[in-house]
Ligand binder design. Structure first.
Ligand code: BES
Ligand code: MN
Ligand code: MN
Length: 447
């Protein structure tokens, strides 16, 4: 029997076809189209909605406040997506939603257009069924989540009073395992920037000058290795000092999750073995420890064939994930100082900051979190588990700080959904159940 929510697939596919890549300037028109798509959906659902212009990509806001005395939820999602490269590795074109084995493959399928669409449809269905909602809702959808853009982070503090709500509801995280309803109770923060290394005035013949000329790529490798050692420990003095460990209760709960390290390495990562700080359990390394990662290194000759050159420059994109009690500005400064300190002879090196965002932890005892766990348990027929996520959603900390509200992170992604990677997908049964779960959550909060 087809699921009734299959009726929403054409709309989902229309949304997915818009290549709303926020970090690439040439996709500006697509960003606008995606914002307008969300606006039209909110209006059609019966909300009063508008586009909020400002520096950066447009925000879309909608509200329905016809349930006085009932709780108010602030629904958040993002309509922007990550770039699609390496494009050759996609089995079907990245912006042509294609169904294979009950999954829809498309950039943004799960992160976060598909999950944003769950929120929009849950509102629309409830409005259509009853002509009203059991709770009040505000909806705030942004288009810069994936590029660290600042529009929403300027908007929220400036309009805190107008955004008054009891909790935020976000569908932008993952389930711990298929069929296992999951609430995400914590996210890591992020500090993102570039390391620039400069050597000679210009590229040099590596035979004529090799042995005397400094090599910025070699220097870059040395700087990176100085920042993080072979065990995955960050060597920046004082870096770990503020890091707060998870509570004993969390540690115990994580140890009870269905998790097999070998299975994870082999099937989820497809890597020969796991790495990271020795003596710390994997889930703790992913969720409660900071990291330093290199995302890309530019410099020298990378084309086909061979060219004997000593490059004049090298650039690396790097980031640190941060955890509770680490201060973003401190980490930025620590990175900048570490780059300077590790810079070898013959070159200059500097850290250039791009963006940062705080992590967050959510108190699971909050009634809006408890109701969400009950709604999920009912819809999935299994006890809801609490996990943290290693990724970042910077607005969560801002909702906490400026609105004083927790974020209920009810995610419907699966561990093999390929977020940010080729062949991103969304498991359609989770799309259908997601809509049902959010509808049930509205009902339970309204009771
Ligand atoms: N939805 C993800 C974050 C996420 C995924 C959290 C899975 C927990 C579990 C989000 O879209 C994302 O990718 N965020 C970026 C933030 C950054 C660019 C500021 C990230 O984490 O890299
Ligand atoms: Mn996301
Ligand atoms: Mn993302």
């Amino acid at each position: 029997m087809p699921h009734p929510n299959e009726a929403f697939l054409p709309g989902l596919f229309e949304f997915l076809r818009i290549p709303s890549i926020s970090t690439l300037p040439e996709h500006q028109p697509d960003i606008r189209r995606a914002a307008e798509f969300v606006l039209a959906e909110l209006t059609a659902a019966g909300l009063s909605a508008r586009i909020i212009e400002g520096e950066g990509h447009p925000l879309v806001y909608g509200e329905w406040l016809g349930a006085p005395g009932k709780p108010t939820l602030l629904l958040y999602g993002h309509y922007d997506v990550q770039p699609v490269d390496p494009v050759d590795e996609w089995i079907s074109p990245p912006f042509e939603p294609t169904v294979r084995n009950d999954n829809v493959y498309c950039r943004g399928a799960v992160d976060d257009k598909g999950q944003t669409y769950i929120l929009l449809k849950a509102v629309a269905v409830t409005m259509q069924r009853h002509g009203r909602l059991p709770v009040n809702v505000r909806v705030l959808i942004e288009g810069e989540e994936e590029c660290g853009g600042g529009h929403i982070s300027r908007y929220v503090p400036a309009h805190a009073a107008e955004l008054k709500a009891d909790a935020a509801l976000i569908c932008d995280t993952e389930m711990f395992a298929p069929e296992l309803p999951t609430i995400c109770t914590g996210l890591r923060g992020i500090v993102y920037g570039e390391i620039h290394v400069t050597g000679a005035r210009t590229d040099l013949h590596s035979g004529i000058y090799g042995g005397a000329a400094p090599n910025p790529l070699q220097a870059m490798a040395e700087i990176i290795c100085a920042i993080k050692d072979r065990d995955g420990r960050i060597q920046i003095p004082g870096f770990y000092d503020p890091v707060a460990p998870p509570s004993e209760a969390e540690r115990a709960a994580w140890a009870r999750l269905p998790f097999d390290e070998a299975q994870y390495a082999q099937h989820e990562l497809g890597a020969p073995e796991l790495v990271g700080e020795p003596g710390i359990p994997v889930l703790e390394r992913l969720w409660a420890r900071p990291t330093f990662e290199v995302h890309g290194i530019r410099g020298g000759f990378t084309g086909e064939g061979a060219k004997t050159v000593i490059p004049a420059r090298a650039v690396a994109k790097v980031s640190c994930r941060t955890v509770k009690n680490q201060v973003l500005e401190t980490v930025e400064r620590q990175l900048a100082e570490a780059v300077k300190a590790a810079c070898p002879r013959g070159v200059t090196a500097e850290y250039r900051h791009i963006h940062s965002g705080d992590g967050a932890l959510v108190d699971t005892r909050h009634p809006c979190v408890q109701a969400a766990a009950r709604a999920l348990t009912e819809c999935f027929g299994q006890e809801t588990v609490y996990v943290r996520g290693g990724g970042s959603i910077p607005i969560v900390a801002m909702f906490e700080k400026h609105l004083g509200i927790p974020s209920v992170m009810m995610g419907f992604g699966l561990p093999d959904d390929n977020l940010h990677a080729p062949n991103e997908k969304f498991h359609l049964p989770n799309f259908y159940r997601g809509i049902d779960a959010v509808i049930r959550y509205f009902e339970m909060l309204g009771e």
